[in-house]
Design a protein around this ligand. Sequence first.
Ligand code: ATP
Ligand code: MG
Length: 408
Amino acid sequence: MAGNARILIVDQDLETKADLEKGLNRADIVVVGTAGYGAEALTLASELRPSAVVVGVEEPLPRALQTVESLADMLPNSPILVYSSLSDSDSARKAVVAGACDYLTKPLTVEDIATAVKRALVQQERRRALQNGGDTSELKGAGMIITVFGAKGGIGKTTVSTNLATALCSINAGSAVLVDVDTVFGDTAMMLDVPMEMSLIEAVNRAHDLNRDNISDYLTRHQSGVHVLPAPFEPMDWRSVDTAAVDKVLTLLAQTHDFVLVDCPATLTDLVAVALEKATVVLLLTSLDITSVKDTTTALKLLKAGISDDEKIRIVVNHATGADSVTEGDVSKVLRREVFWSIPHDSEIAASAQLGTPAVIDRPYSRVSRAIRDLAATLAGVEIQHSTNGHTNGDRAQAGLLTKLFGR
Ligand SMILES: Nc1ncnc2c1ncn2[C@@H]1O[C@H](COP(=O)(O)OP(=O)(O)OP(=O)(O)O)[C@@H](O)[C@H]1O
Ligand SMILES: [Mg+2]
């Protein structure tokens, strides 16, 4: 998608235009032209028919906004993105009223603009497909897709995804479904002790006639209320799985559940790529040993290059082993990202997994369970009150927190 993007840059400042052009080209976005405000911008837009336009808007606003408005009228199917040093809400509102679909405030990196352009183009393409009578399964689900990924085996991806799904149900945040896309070593069904009747592969094989009504036939209900779509029972070659079908399954689940948790293997397979791209949030897990941090650094680089919106990646430190060789501060420094969440070590957690009961049910007052319940509440935008004995009370999600965290 971004590889086909043809962008027009409109800015009065020659140096900014040149820097942005160089940077966007490096980000695999083809800049077909650059122009100043007014007639020059409109003439080039009419000749080049770019797939998106980025406009630098500065004082005096009226001329810049007039250009945005004229471009939006001329190119109704091309997103117009504005960047500006004006961070007040009034300027942003005026730009949106003029026809901008996004308003980015300086200081900005070229990557910020590239990410915003790619996101706008993905949205535009989806809407165009729908207008052209596309399958309604292309509609984005209302549910949130939370993809749990980590670059190393055994760092707690399945532990976190199963417990997080269970916690979302236990705090009444909404309905949750857990999907295992580890087609070789998937073990969510075992961790939750649910019967293995249907798996992701049965759903994928029937993708052509799957819909919102019959997707539930493929799900198994755990006693916590979590629905589970386990990995195939027989290990299979992930390269043979139709990724478009997996995409459809995830979309339908997001249309029928409030939360879709995707448990990934430690390798970047085609299926993982789908789960990462479709995610509302990616929880990128790392433990605190040097090899895990090194692998997470590589994974973060690959994810930033491979998915259209890397802002959705959140670093989660899971103290999977008792012995930490680096600190969370080190992780943050090396990855150049804040640690979003931290899950403490609990040597008893393995016993819960052996019993097929997630720790948040089996050991609800443990520090791990509290950390995961709090994570669930934060992601869902639900407030929970911890009483002194560790009990929690959940309320149905109040919109707001999610928006603050992820801007969605
Ligand atoms: N916070 C924690 N404290 C103590 N033990 C933990 C913690 N998180 C995970 N573990 C333990 O680490 C082991 C590996 O966990 P898990 O199977 O969830 O890892 P994974 O990343 O899904 O592994 P794989 O890559 O093989 O799928 C399990 O025995 C689990 O009980
Ligand atoms: Mg696992």
